[in-house]
Design a protein around this ligand. Structure first.
Ligand SMILES: [Cu+2]
Length: 340
């Protein structure tokens, strides 16, 4: 995408009309389900003068092997796509992420969100020849996202907003660890903490609420601009999230079911510091794919603090090459909103 197109997109975003088509308030912010399940980011906007701080913690594991849309095994995971074998084989990976965010609303129609993260990765690998095992680690800041959310429709039952954001490459893409040699080597793509590129984050979110339920949908993407300093580019991400929530307990608690469809392209280029590809984790042919997840969530309001929990079960996975298989994951979140 060239610079002119990006500029036009940004100008169009701020020039969009924003009629409050009907009455004042959308889903009462007092309801537990006035925010989407916690995994969905940028799902709501704020009224002028409101400020919100959020914290999210996510833990996810990967274990076993996946090839295309079926499960695979160690023997297959050793094979290089063009023949021969990798020296090492990843066996498990865990990723823990802390995310801190803030939202401010300069006007009723415009909300600005900023989000940073701290990531902690661990990957267990096995050297095939002698069966030796090693745990590789990487941790540090992830990328930083700045997103503008603009209301298009905002009435008693329906809300629609557009979002346009930028991901700033604050996460490292030069993480190393000692593998089976004596000196540090560059870790695989999943063990790096950021994309290394500026990424555009366009999306839109629709939420409808009735007295006894609410539902919503969000379509979003991550579009990489250019190539990073290590001469590669992660695949673009296209995502659709849908959810349905029921408020209970005087609307202070809500339960949700949701689904995420995610498609990510293959890496293009090649990390210039990875000289010898030791395993599929360092091979761009084993990157990207399509997946569908289902989640169960709960939101509860304690006065100004909203606590949320969401448990995710991967149900369909179609990966490029061989990759580690995703296990169930969990996200916990706290959101604190107040008026200036
Ligand atoms: Cu908020």
């Amino acid at each position: 995408m060239n610079f002119l197109k990006i500029l036009l997109l940004i100008l169009a975003f701020f020039a969009l009309p924003n009629k409050h088509l009907f009455a004042k308030e959308a889903i009462s912010p007092g309801r537990a389900d006035s925010h989407a399940p916690i995994k969905v980011m940028g799902d709501h906007t704020h009224k002028q003068g409101e400020i919100m701080f959020s914290y999210r913690y996510m833990t996810m594991g990967m274990d076993g092997y996946q090839s295309g849309s079926s499960s695979s095994n160690y023997t297959e995971a050793r094979k290089k796509p063009l023949g021969g074998h990798y020296m090492t084989v990843p066996e498990e990976m865990t990723m823990n992420m802390h995310m801190i965010g803030a939202m401010v609303a300069p006007s009723d129609d415009l909300t600005i969100m900023i989000m940073g993260s701290y990531i902690d990765n661990e990957m267990k690998v096995k050297k095939h020849m002698n069966g030796k095992k090693k745990t590789l680690e990487s941790s540090g800041l992830g990328d930083t996202k700045v997103v503008a959310l603009k209301n298009l429709v905002h009435n008693d039952s329906a809300k629609l907003h557009l979002s346009l954001g930028l991901s700033i490459p604050t996460g490292s893409i030069s993480k190393k660890d000692v593998m089976f040699g004596t000196k540090e080597e560059t870790l695989g793509y999943n063990m790096q903490l950021g994309s290394g590129t500026y990424d555009l984050l366009p999306g839109f979110t629709y939420v409808f609420s009735d007295d006894n339920y609410s539902y919503g949908a969000q379509i979003s993407s991550v579009l990489r601009v250019g190539e990073n300093s290590k001469e590669y580019k992660l695949g673009n991400i296209y995502k659709t999230n849908v959810w349905f929530a029921v408020p209970l307990n005087n609307k202070q608690t809500s339960f949700s079911i949701s689904s995420e469809l995610k498609s990510q392209g293959k890496i293009s280029g090649h990390h210039k510091d990875i000289k010898n590809i030791m395993s599929f984790a360092q091979d761009r042919d084993s990157s990207g794919g399509k997946k569908i997840d289902f989640s169960l969530g709960v939101n509860h309001k304690f006065d100004k603090i909203r606590a949320s929990l969401e448990y995710t079960i991967p149900t369909y996975n179609d990966v490029n090459g061989v990759q580690l298989d995703s296990e169930n994951s969990l996200m916990f979140g706290l959101q604190y909103a107040f008026n200036k």
